[in-house]
Write a protein that binds this ligand. Structure first.
Ligand code: CA2
Length: 152
């Protein structure tokens, strides 16, 4: 049986990575991150479905699509992390391993970034490592999926 891919979901404005505010988010583009993630996933025999949207509703539809079509979700919901109970509810409904990623260390930034609703649905959270955080998330997801399949 073919294993389902991991969905890597990215929220608003992350499509501008590498093009604006490099002092906060670095010079790596989202396309670069997609390539890094896919290269690491290939080494671990994982498939990746990498997507970005500015629309909360679209991100929610992708999370619910993942319920049937993915083996896990890696998500950087960007600013929706701090505001969206709807994304939290969808992640809980997906009943999949979830890893939250933030490029920047949200705890070193403004107080309104210190709380993430997404974290309440996440198995683990990786913050502050820039693009490397996404690659770390792929490693962590491989371990989570392996331990899930051992217990099922
Ligand atoms: O550090 C992260 O990954 C964030 O999720 C990024 C979000 C921010 O709202 C979160 O608090 C932390 C912002 C993404 C916007 O990305 C930009 C990229 C280039 C230029 C401007 C914004």
């Amino acid at each position: 049986m073919k294993t389902k891919p991991v969905f890597v979901l990215n929220g608003p404005t992350l499509n501008l990575l590498g093009k604006r505010e490099p002092h906060i988010y670095g010079r790596v583009t989202l396309k670069d991150i997609e390539k890094m993630v896919k290269a690491r996933a290939k080494e671990l025999s994982l498939g990746i479905d990498f997507r970005q949207s500015a629309r909360e509703g679209e991100l929610i539809e992708w999370i619910l699509e993942a319920r049937d079509k993915a083996s896990g979700i890696i998500i950087n919901a960007a600013a929706y992390s701090h505001t969206s109970i709807a994304i939290l509810d969808a992640l809980k409904a997906a009943e999949l391993p979830v890893i939250e990623v933030h490029l920047s260390n949200i705890y070193k930034r403004e107080a309104f970034r210190h709380h993430s609703h997404v974290s309440a649905a996440a198995d683990g959270v990786i913050v502050g490592f820039g693009a490397l955080g996404y690659v770390m998330a792929v490693d962590a997801m491989a371990a989570l999926c392996a331990s899930r399949s051992e217990t099922q």
